[in-house]
Ligand binder design. Structure first.
Ligand SMILES: [Zn+2]
Length: 461
């Protein structure tokens, strides 16, 4: 066997920390950069990433077809001249070049010199997407994730339960690496309720004084219920200090007495943005990302303040590039302004749903998440829901099923369904079929208690 470069040799840690200061010093340094410094860093890194992406067949082919020459990037705004792509393009690349596609910047054959890890997307819709991460990509991604967890309240040396599923998906692993490598936390790798029972999760959190339980907001609320059944008060007996959980903010805050600060990230790019205590949007880690908001259909950049699809360019990787990746998550980008917290980093609105889940219902754009939110506001309804879209003759129809807060009788369920339908009609302007069911009856559809990401929508069209 020839020479092998070990993972520790593959990363220059001094350089990594100089380029991307880790928490907590990040918040006294790059977090406070002025706009000129932010943009100068972005431009330099963008040009490097463009040159690297140009060597990857997936990008070379698409750029040539679009007449985009990466050497002509003179400003951050020039990025918009590069063609964007979506999950559909990634899928086509995998179909044509199985199993890894031709969008990877490294390949398994390089592993002796470039140690790497493989993770895949959750694959909630269609085939999962593999990504190869170099040792640098893992470290930098973990460092960025640790910044978000720090701002959300986790402190170095804390004990943290990681109740995400340790699977092929990146989620649990990047959290684990962030906590262990960049926050010196003691991670208890409980995994989901399928691996470690909910009771056991509560016991461990109590015994070790865990400062956070990383999981979905829904599962965390379930753990609060279990705790109460065990005679444990989730607010006073558990020592949770951070809620980096995605879900119903108000309920989470009321249940645990800890503020929820939102964040945003996904499989291929890892952690992108986090909300600061001013709660006026999520600050983007602009030393590592450029976020654009584009028209979901055309990929064209939309004016500031307009809701559209998130299009991401990462600036920090050495492996598989993501260069104008239209991830089809809905958000809004705010103009660059100095925040109350002192940061000039641009802010984006919290995740507002999936652009590709949109259903055109008699001329009105309808998103399942929006329906769920409206339904949850009807007295007696919980925030547990499931939406299906189907064809009836030649038109699209949508039906929502909402779980009641308590186990109601049949007549009361019918009343609840009618109230939900009336509220939806009132708020959206079109008639939507509504049903109501008892608590827990949607779990087989949503994957509650077993899936990392709850399924709220079935497109049967
Ligand atoms: Zn701020």
């Amino acid at each position: 066997m020839g020479s092998v470069r070990r993972p520790r040799e593959a990363v220059d840690f001094d350089r990594l920390e100089e380029l991307y200061p880790p928490a907590p010093q990040y918040f006294d340094t790059a977090w406070l950069d002025d706009p000129a410094t932010i943009e100068a860093k972005q431009l330099e890194r963008l040009r490097e990433r463009a040159a690297r992406a140009a060597e990857v067949p997936f990008f070379a082919r698409r750029w040539e077809r679009a007449g985009f020459d990466p050497s002509t990037i003179e400003s951050v705004a020039d990025l918009a001249r590069a063609p964007s792509y979506t999950v559909e393009d990634i899928r086509a690349s995998i179909e044509a070049h199985p199993p890894l596609g031709d969008y990877q910047g490294v390949m398994p054959a390089d592993a002796l010199q470039e140690p790497m890890r493989l993770f895949t997307s959750g694959g909630t819709t269609g085939r999962s997407r593999p990504t190869l991460y170099t040792a640098w990509d893992r470290e930098a991604g973990a460092l960025l994730t640790a910044r978000a967890l720090y701002l959300q309240g986790i402190r170095p040396g804390d004990v943290v339960l990681n109740a995400w599923s340790y699977s092929m998906h990146n989620g649990a692993h990047i959290m684990d690496e962030a906590l262990y490598k960049w926050l010196n936390c003691i991670v208890i790798t409980t995994g989901t309720g399928n691996v470690t029972s909910s009771r056991k999760q509560v016991e461990l959190a109590l015994e070790y004084g865990a400062s956070a339980i990383l999981t979905t907001g829904d599962y965390l609320l379930r753990l609060a219920e279990v705790a109460r059944e065990m005679g444990i008060d989730p607010r006073t007996d558990l020592a949770l200090r951070a809620l980096p959980n995605i879900g119903d903010k108000e309920t989470l805050e009321a249940t645990f007495g800890v503020p929820v600060l939102d964040s945003y990230g996904f499989h291929e790019v890892q952690w992108v943005a986090v909300e600061c205590p001013a709660r006026a949007g999520l600050h983007i880690f602009e030393d590592a990302f450029i976020v654009e908001i584009v028209d979901p259909d055309t990929g064209e950049v939309l004016p500031e303040g307009t809701q559209g699809a998130i299009c991401i360019t990462e600036l920090y990787k050495t492996g598989s590039p993501q260069f104008r990746y239209n991830i089809m998550d809905l958000s809004t980008l705010y103009p660059r302004e100095r925040c109350e917290c002192g940061s000039w980093l641009r802010r984006m609105a919290p995740f507002a749903g999936r652009a590709d889940n949109m259903v055109k219902l008699r001329g009105v754009n309808v998103w399942p998440e929006a329906l769920g939110e409206i339904a949850a506001g009807v007295p007696g309804a919980s925030d547990d829901y499931f939406v299906r879209a189907y064809r009836d003759g030649n038109r699209d129809e949508v039906e929502i099923t909402v779980a009641a807060r308590t186990a109601l009788g049949d007549a009361a369920l019918e009343d609840l369904a009618e109230a939900v339908a009336a509220e939806l009609h009132d708020r959206i302007g079109v008639r939507i079929d509504a049903r109501a069911c008892r608590p827990g009856e949607l779990d087989h559809l949503t994957g509650f208690g077993s899936a990392a990401k709850l399924v709220r929508f079935a497109d049967e069209r």
